[in-house]
Every structure is written in C-alpha cells, then in structure tokens.
Design a binder for this molecule. Structure first.
Ligand code: B16
Ligand code: MG
Length: 215
C-alpha cells in the first residue's frame, strides 16, 4: 500500500489512560452505590463516556429508563471532573514505549498524523504529554453521530487530513476500535492480545513493534 496517513487511537496506543478512567468510574460507582467489577474495564475501552455509564448501569442491574438522561449527564460530568484531576498529573513519561520514535519516523517520511479518539480530553492529554504538535488533526468526538465501532470517527479523521481511506492505517487497542477501522475500509493494526483483537489485519503485542516497514 502507499501509506500517506496514520490514524491513532489515544488510550492504549499513545498513552495508557484506561486505569485513570476505571479509577474515576469506580469512584462514581461507589458514590451512587453501583456495582463495578474489575472485568468491566476492558469493555469500556474505546467506548464513549455516556455509553460507558450505560454499560455500568446495566452491569449493576439498574433497569433501563430508571436514570433520566439529565441524571446520567450529571454523573458523566462528575466522573470527568474526577478523571481530569487524575490526568492533570500526566507528563511525557506517560507516552507508551516506541510511540515517539514511530511518530518521528512518520514525520520524516512526510506521513500525515491524525487522532481518532473517543475521548473529549484528547487534546488536553496530548498537551500534557507534549505530543500535541506531532498531530496534524484531531477529530472532535462531540461532533460525531455514532461512536466506535461505527467507522465515522476514522472516516472523518482521514477526510480532515485530506487523505483517501486506502492510503491510511488505523491503530487501535480495543475490539470496538478495530471493528470501526475495518468498517471504514482502512488497514487495521491492533495493539495487544490476538484473542481480543483477532479482527485486526496486523496484530502487534505492543507499541514497541510499530515501524513503518511493517506496512
Ligand atoms: P472521555 P480512546 C476512550 O479513549 C477510552 O478508551 C474510553 O474508556 C473512554 O470512555 C472514552 O475514550 C471517552 O473518554 O471520557 O475522556 O471523553 O481509546 O478512544 O482513545
Ligand atoms: Mg483505545
């Protein structure tokens, strides 16, 4: 393929915010006396804030419709306020191994770089870890109609970069994200377990293996 753009997921690919997300959800669950088992953490990866809350409510056997939209929105704001305090401590040391050299290699090869993260804190996190200037574009997830596994976010990212889908690669750590990349018709790279990410066209055990010559 002729590679012209790389579309990155954030959490689990550029940096690991999953533990902070889960800590914040656990705090909220305790506050509202909801049940939150550790195995739910994986299911929240790549899933929007509101959809994550809906999964947690479902897991706690809260009947659908029991919580009004306004109440769920308030809970999402509370979770995010707590989460923002946790991520305010992030530094460039939180960049996952191999990401900085890979971004430099891509830049030298004149490849465009985009962020396709479900997180509304993406820009803030890139600033905190010192990578904001490496990105040519960031998709605003609040403007999307559907979240991952819908392909919208990756299609939008490629459009914002002005690169055809067939010249893009998408990198993800979550099953919902890999599904979204595949549905967009973009070459998918999964970072992590080959059982969880079996739908990915290329699977790498960690970000350390990211090199341009694998495409
Ligand atoms: P926020 P990604 C996702 O990031 C996280 O994996 C997911 O757990 C989180 O709920 C979602 O962002 C929304 O994040 O609450 O910061 O808007 O993997 O798409 O980079
Ligand atoms: Mg992710």
């Amino acid at each position: 393929m002729l590679l012209k753009a790389i579309l990155f997921d954030l959490d689990g690919v550029i940096t690991d915010t999953a533990a902070y997300h889960f800590k914040a959800w656990s705090w909220l669950a305790e506050k509202y006396q909801l049940q939150l088992e550790p195995d739910v953490e994986t299911r929240l990866k790549g899933i929007s804030r509101l959809d994550s809350l809906k999964i947690i409510l479902q897991e706690s056997n809260v009947p659908v419709g029991c919580y009004a939209e306004e109440k769920m929105e308030k809970m999402c704001i509370e979770k995010n306020d707590y989460y923002k305090k946790l991520i305010s401590m992030m530094t460039p040391q939180d960049i996952l191994p191999g990401i900085e050299p890979f971004l430099k290699e891509a830049r030298r090869a004149d490849i465009r770089i985009g962020l396709a993260s479900a997180s509304q804190n993406g820009s803030y996190i890139l600033d905190k870890i010192g990578l904001r200037s490496c990105f040519d574009t960031i998709v605003d997830p609040s403007l999307l109609i559907k979240g991952k596994p819908d392909p919208e976010i990756f299609i939008k990212c490629a459009h914002q970069l002005g690169v055809p889908l067939e010249n893009c690669v998408g990198i993800e750590d979550a099953a919902a994200g890999v599904e979204a990349i595949n549905a967009a018709g973009i070459l998918s790279v999964g970072i992590g377990s080959d059982i969880e990410l079996k739908a990915a066209q290329i699977i790498l055990p960690s970000t350390q293996q990211l090199k341009l010559n694998i495409f």
